[in-house]
Design a protein around this ligand. Structure first.
Ligand code: HEM
Length: 629
């Protein structure tokens, strides 16, 4: 065997040293974290298990307030492994979401605020108490009016490969406020009115797949998977103006983009639950490949839109050479439509909003520089049409990164949790026949008999949902469907909010918070019998109706969209989409739930039904003859 070359030996030794240094660093960080967490956890473990031994606890965490009350970290599980910390206590049954396990510990420790020492992450305070939740969500930083006193937790960095470094979700302070202002118009009631027909059309495709792929072959429908196809199809059309669904005739690679995004979502979810994957180089490499591929898809999307704008502007320039309005707001596909109603406000899809904000900022910057260099020409309103059409002139790599971050964020946030809500809601309705009947009656009354007959009778290859009569105004009348969506979100909130307490001396009431990750457990709050009554675990949409309803509910008891300035920008969009999908599903199908007892609220990246809410669907009405046995 030939001797390895000198070069090979040095490469191997460099690699070996790098591995040793990395391992050393990892263990050092881990050791430091355990030391800092130990000093606090040991004292609180004592508090939880044996109050009389309180004096044995270290004094570092204990103090008293001005009334002489003891202030200490919240109760914590007594068993704590030297290496896995509370990892063993948090393991649970291996299926249920961590929020369910946190709630079980709250019950065991008889406290609505509990604390865990989580491997790798350190101290985590889990909040099921609405006064503390309100404090965390509403407190403003002393340094800035737009920043929260409890910024997003560093754990959000795990999601960056999916949503991008410059995502609105991870931004803070003025930078965040600027982005939020850009996107708000894309969620105004006026804008939502305009997307009802699009959602209805996409529901046609959704129903057709349930029919041709599942019912026709006698297979149960994985509601979550079907709903993901629906909601991703909707968000691509509404936010990007493109058809990315299956059967799309547009050549835009949308189906592959969804597959990439879902694979990446699964990998990040796995990594968060099994932090050991962070040390697996293959896992990391695969994740970065998917992330790069998603970025490239979004860059292509921006370029397609830019080409459309430039084409439209060139056409305009050829026709009327007297405009000097950049009009970058008007950047959606309607530019291709010369007959567009001039009274219609410019469409404000997410892609237009982000692109026009970047183009406008760069244009303003260019003008102010021109004004400084040549003050006499400062009124020269140069426009996109007069500039070089090359992308580099219009925006730099940072701008592109900001845009792709927002596009990835809206693509993910705009479909994932809404799909989960639709799946759970229909599953719950099939298990509650009286509620289902009341919902059907409401749909008939609000959307009309003709609407119901059309949805029930039409064949799958026809347009199933009558576009014209599916109006925003009629849907607004469906208050019971709205209550069903809210009750579903109460029982199965798909997302949580995790914040960071950066001040080592932070306290709230009798709790010391210290430097901690603060996890708001919406699941626990929304099932708290003190807030929702003895039937808190039951599905009863009536609690959101009439006198008994919404006014009586403490606004911090219902948090599926979070609260405060960082609440969900898409909440009304999500409720509207859920309503349309449910109206269509309950009108067209009957069905039964498959393996109800095996369905579990579990954590992936967001919290989802573990088995996808499996149901056996059957057509209603005269066409029920097509139903498989
Ligand atoms: C049922 C469906 C939905 C649920 C349960 C939900 C839930 C949430 C929650 C809990 C947050 C706060 C997260 C945090 O504090 O870290 C949030 C933020 C956000 N959501 Fe949603 N969401 C839904 C649908 C949507 C839709 C349809 C869109 C967009 C089309 C959207 C876009 C966003 C964005 C951009 C943020 C970040 C807002 C900011 O930081 O200013 N969401 N959502």
């Amino acid at each position: 065997m030939s001797e390895p070359s000198e070069q090979t030996v040095s490469v191997i030794s460099i690699l070996a040293s790098l591995i040793c240094i990395s391992l050393g660093t990892v263990f050092w960080i881990y050791y430091r974290q355990s030391q800092s967490a130990t000093s606090s956890t040991s004292s609180t473990a004592t508090t939880a298990t044996n109050a009389t031994n309180a004096t044995n606890a270290t004094t570092t965490t204990r103090t008293t307030n001005k009334d002489g009350d003891l202030i200490d970290y919240p109760p914590t599980p007594p068993e704590r492994h030297w290496l896995w910390k509370h990892g063993v206590a948090l393991k649970g049954d291996g299926s249920s979401s961590h929020d369910v396990i946190f709630l079980q510990w709250m019950e065991k420790l008889q406290s609505k605020v509990v604390m865990f020492d989580v491997p790798v992450l350190g101290r985590m305070i889990v909040v099921g108490d609405i006064t503390l939740a309100r404090h965390v969500l509403q407190s403003k930083s002393k340094k800035s009016r737009t920043a929260s006193a409890f910024p997003k937790s560093p754990t959000y960095q795990d999601v960056v490969p999916l949503i991008g470094k410059k995502s609105i979700v991870v931004m803070e302070g003025d930078e965040w406020a600027h982005q939020r202002k850009i996107f708000n118009p894309g969620f105004s009631p006026d804008y939502l009115k305009g997307i009802v027909t699009t959602i209805a059309q996409k529901c046609d495709r959704f129903l057709e797949f349930c029919e041709t792929e599942d019912i026709a072959s006698g297979l149960p429908t994985d509601l979550l998977a079907r709903a993901i196809d629906l909601t991703s199809d909707v968000i691509a059309q509404v936010a990007f103006g493109e058809d990315w669904g299956y059967n799309s005739e547009e050549d835009n690679g949308g189906v592959q983009t969804l597959i990439t995004l879902r694979d990446l979502t699964t990998m990040i979810g796995n990594e968060m639950r099994n932090p050991i994957n962070r040390l697996n180089p293959y896992y990391k490499w695969r994740m970065s490949r998917l992330s790069v591929s998603l970025d490239q898809d979004m860059q292509r999307l921006v370029r397609r839109r830019l080409a459309t704008i430039q084409k439209a502007q060139n056409n305009n320039n050829n026709n009327t050479d007297n405009t000097n309005d950049t009009n970058t707001n008007n950047t959606n596909d309607n530019n291709d439509n010369p007959k567009k109603d001039p009274k219609q406000p410019p469409q404000k899809d997410i892609l237009s909003l982000t692109l026009s904000s970047v183009l406008k900022a760069n244009e303003d910057d260019r003008k102010s520089r021109a004004a400084k260099d040549h003050p006499k020409n400062s009124n020269n309103n140069n426009t996109l049409k007069n500039q070089s059409s090359s992308e580099e002139v219009l925006f730099g790599p940072d701008d592109m990164e900001c845009m792709t971050s927002q596009l990835k964020t809206f693509y993910f946030a705009g479909h994932d949790t809404t799909a989960t809500t639709i799946a759970w809601a229909f599953w719950l309705l099939l298990r509650n026949p009286e509620t289902l009947q009341r919902a059907r009656d409401e749909v008939k009354e609000s959307l009309g008999k003709e609407w119901v007959d059309a949805v029930t009778e039409r064949k799958s290859h026809e347009q199933i949902i009558p576009g014209e009569s599916t109006t925003y105004e009629n849907l607004q009348k469906c208050q019971y469907l709205d209550a069903i969506s809210r009750e579903t979100l109460r029982l199965y909130p798909p997302a949580a909010s995790t914040r960071y307490a950066a001040d080592p001396d932070a306290t709230y009431g009798n709790y010391k918070l210290g430097k901690s990750i603060v996890h708001l457990n919406f699941y626990a709050i929304q099932r708290d019998p003190d807030l929702w009554g003895k039937d808190a675990n039951e599905f009863r949409p009536e609690r959101f109706l009439g006198d008994e309803g919404r006014k009586k509910i403490n606004s911090f008891a219902f948090l599926p969209f979070s609260k405060g300035s960082r609440d969900c920008i898409g909440k009304y969009f999500a409720l509207l989409e859920t309503k349309i999908a449910l109206a269509a599903l309950i009108t067209r199908y009957d069905g039964s739930v498959v393996d109800a007892d095996r369905e579990v609220y579990t954590a992936r990246l967001t919290s989802v039904p573990k088995n996808g809410c499996l149901v056996q669907l059957a057509r209603r009405g005269n066409n029920s003859i097509h139903t498989a046995a």
